[in-house]
Design a protein around this ligand. Sequence first.
Ligand SMILES: [Ca+2]
Ligand SMILES: [Ca+2]
Length: 389
Amino acid sequence: MFKRLLFIFGISLVLTCKDNKNKIGTKECMPIESQSTLQRLNSVDLNPVFVKSIEEIVTDSSMVSIYDGMIKIKGGVFAMGGDIVAGFENMPSTALPQGDELPKHTVQVSDFWMDSHEVTNAQFKAFVDATGYITTAERPIDWEELKKQLPPGTPKPPEENLLPASLVFSYADKGASKNNLANWWTFKKNVNWKNPNGPGSNLEGKDNHPVVHVSWYDAMAYAKWVGKRLPTEAEWEYAMRGGLENNMYPWGNEKTEQDVHFANHLQGEFPYVNTVADGFERTAPVKSFPVNGFGLYDMSGNVWEWTNDWYSSKYYYELKEKGGVAINPKGPEVGYDSYNSTEKKKTIRGGSFLCNDYWCSGFRNARRMRNTPDTSMEHIGFRCVRDIN
Ligand SMILES: [Ca+2]
Ligand SMILES: [Ca+2]
């Protein structure tokens, strides 16, 4: 969802996570053009001010040969998309594949290196200390840039809505509607990666927690500094599956609400109650849960993670109709969301500490979610990958 923009305008929004079960992409087939670069920073749908900040980052030459903390992923062919597994018939619809996860289609990815865990606060701090980079959430919102994304004549929002801010979760009152995310998300001023709860809050004791309140632009800037890049959505799902075929979760097909916890998510009733049965109410230190078959931590849960790709709810149909094997797909050239075709979003993957079976089941291998690239939230972070040279 275009969360940042909607909050800037104070619009109550109807959402989301339990979304497009019946709102699959159209079957109109659009050509899938090859793309010369993964980064595609020349897209007209990106904010030129933020793109310039990325372009100004100089890759640290001492980092490019460091592979500590990375796992070499052997590429291969796999069935990408939502899995419907026997025994899940009685699960709530929110725990099962959504429309944009279908149809399953055949994908091939090449070998690549992947960070074994989410980028931590300590790692991101090293980047900021070295470069002086200022994240999206730390900047006031540029009205001249913002209005380019809006219908002509849109009035300027109140000045205070343009101050630096990020989205923070709080539990909804029992009985509050689940149809309005403003009941649990607040666009809170002066919240950012190093002040995750606003002025006075800090990262004490959280060096090994995943960095949050970072936008897609921030993730791209960090990746450039360390000589890496963000994963494609296909690389992401291939890695998350950890070598298992057609399973719901990285660990197999065991249900997620039982006593053994394989990932940091939410037990209880989102967005009202969290029983914290898995031991972590919000973020957990990286590596707190078992690795998947490829040796990767927290591919499921903890924080959602940015991918390189634009989100399109009809992309899988386009690949399927094209036929054959999609080799290293890099997402659509232009983002498309069946809920609002004017909003251009990047895909996020893996779910967070807020996901459960009765809301978004983001911890499933195939679950897709999206956000505009300038959005930052308390439950979104990232990890990087690197090509095999
Ligand atoms: Ca938890
Ligand atoms: Ca994660």
